[in-house]
Design a protein around this ligand. Structure first.
Ligand SMILES: NC(=O)c1ccc[n+]([C@@H]2O[C@H](COP(=O)([O-])OP(=O)(O)OC[C@H]3O[C@@H](n4cnc5c(N)ncnc54)[C@H](O)[C@@H]3O)[C@@H](O)[C@H]2O)c1
Length: 414
């Protein structure tokens, strides 16, 4: 299965690069392919182009040993792993343009007998579409088990948690769905070379829906917590204590509320189910709407407090979508800061985000927003708005907050 010419991982982002480095750490030669030349250059120097704790040493190690090489060209190989983005369109259906581009690159190289695994999170039927797309380019090939000119396809969704990717890549169980039975077996053999987790074989459509189901389950649970937090605000009850107490029940496990739900998975994947079954996915849609409305609720809370000041200084702690990462995609905190800056032109907003070197474009052009270090921002602030539970924020001396208006959306300073 794995040849000396290397297994290409197509797409070297948050998922593809750790996957490539992880496979390479098992002594298997990996070719990382990305269209982003800057990424390719950085990776070949052993530099991680994004923040992932404890990852740089692993990457540097495999690059220096020559086990991982990054390039922009897709080579021929026996097995391909595709980890390109799967954003959604305006109607929440999946935009497959990155998958199609990767498929086109792979199609040119195929000879028959190869395996193509889609790792990107996708609605049911996407692996099949990728196969159709490849076979349209290559009418000399087929996706029928056992033929000499067959190409095999599978879906192996990724379930790792940003911030713990290197640990979870080794240990997590994996759902592997073959488009055909042989495709599933080949993918299982591939993943068995580097994964310690259980490899659970199914068909491609079930594997696709399994990943979406996992994230929708979490989204619905967080929506429940977010709704509880609003109810608790109204009733004057501490939602964090409430959830802690309720979770002592042996069969209750409520997740934590926050300023909304962000990231590239939980805030996106449920929509793929809604788009696939709009009439049926009522609870899943409603949970999305509850979570998407939470940032507006937070903005309302800040506006009420800010009305007491002529020109409030607001320290906004965290704009990443969750704790201890630098990923700003779909981040509710980022949108909250942006909206506050627009709605409070007289306010000065001091953004503290220890995991990014500079503010993103989305906050560019907003004259009343600047990035500051934690101590300076807290000292200057009238209002301290905690949006993300990054580790350094947990260590803030509570005494420094006594004279401030504190809005803690993560229950860090209870
Ligand atoms: N980030 C996560 O936590 C996470 C977790 C599980 C699953 N996923 C899924 O994994 C997939 C990838 O997500 P990500 O977070 O790694 O995305 P990302 O944006 O960080 O990385 C994707 C990479 O693919 C590259 N790319 C795009 N088109 C390409 C092409 N045609 N050929 C080669 N490279 C190409 C981009 O330049 C980029 O570097 C998505 O479907 C996502 O939903 C992400």
């Amino acid at each position: 299965m794995l040849t000396s010419c290397g297994t290409p991982v197509i797409g070297l982002g948050y998922i593809g690069l750790p996957t490539a480095a992880f496979i390479a750490s098992k002594g298997i030669k990996v070719i990382g392919v990305d269209v982003n030349e800057r990424y390719v250059e950085q990776i070949n120097k052993g530099e991680v182009p994004f923040y992932e704790p404890d990852f740089e040493a692993s990457l540097t190690g495999v690059v220096h040993k020559g086990l991982l090489v990054a390039q922009t060209e897709t080579p021929h190989a026996d097995a391909y792993i595709v980890a390109v983005p799967t954003p959604f369109n305006d109607d929440y259906s999946v935009d497959t343009k990155f998958i199609e581009a990767a498929a086109q690159q792979i199609a040119r190289e195929l000879k028959g007998g190869e395996l193509v695994v889609l790792e990107s999170t996708s609605p049911p039927g996407t692996t099949e579409k990728m196969a159709e797309f490849i076979l349209q380019q290559r009418t000399d090939l087929t996706a029928t088990d056992g033929r000499p000119n067959s190409v095999y396809f599978a879906h192996a969704p990724e379930r790792v948690l940003p911030g713990r990717i290197m640990v979870e890549m080794a240990e997590n169980d994996r759902v592997i769905g073959g488009l055909t039975p042989v495709g599933g077996e080949m993918a299982r053999d591939l993943y068995a070379t580097f994964s310690n987790g259980e490899l659970l074989i199914t068909d491609a459509r079930t594997a696709e829906l399994a990943k979406l189901t996992e994230n929708s389950f979490r989204d619905v649970n967080i929506a429940f917590a977010n709704e509880l937090s609003i109810i608790c605000d109204k009733l004057g009850i501490d939602v964090w204590e409430l959830i802690e107490l309720a979770n002592h029940h042996p069969r209750v496990n409520i997740l934590q509320p926050g300023p909304g739900v962000g990231g590239h998975c939980i805030a996106v994947d449920p929509w793929f189910i809604v788009a696939a079954a709009p009439e049926e996915a009522r609870l899943i849609r409603w949970a999305r709407e509850v979570n998407d409305s939470k940032p507006r609720y937070v903005i309302g809370k800040v506006l009420t407090k800010a009305a007491k000041f002529k020109a409030p200084v607001i320290a906004a702690l965290g704009i990443a979508f969750k704790a201890d990462i630098d990923d700003l995609r779909e981040s509710p905190s980022l949108e909250i800061v942006r909206e506050l800056a627009i709605e409070l032109p007289a306010a000065s907003i001091r953004v503290v985000e220890p995991n990014v070197a500079s503010l993103p474009e989305r906050l560019g052009g907003l004259a009343n927003v600047q990035q500051q270090d934690l101590d300076t921002a807290i000292d200057a602030a009238d209002i301290v708005l905690l949006l993300v539970d990054h580790s350094p924020f947990k260590r803030v001396d509570r005494g420094r907050l006594e004279e401030k208006v504190v809005i803690d959306m993560k229950g860090v300073w209870r």
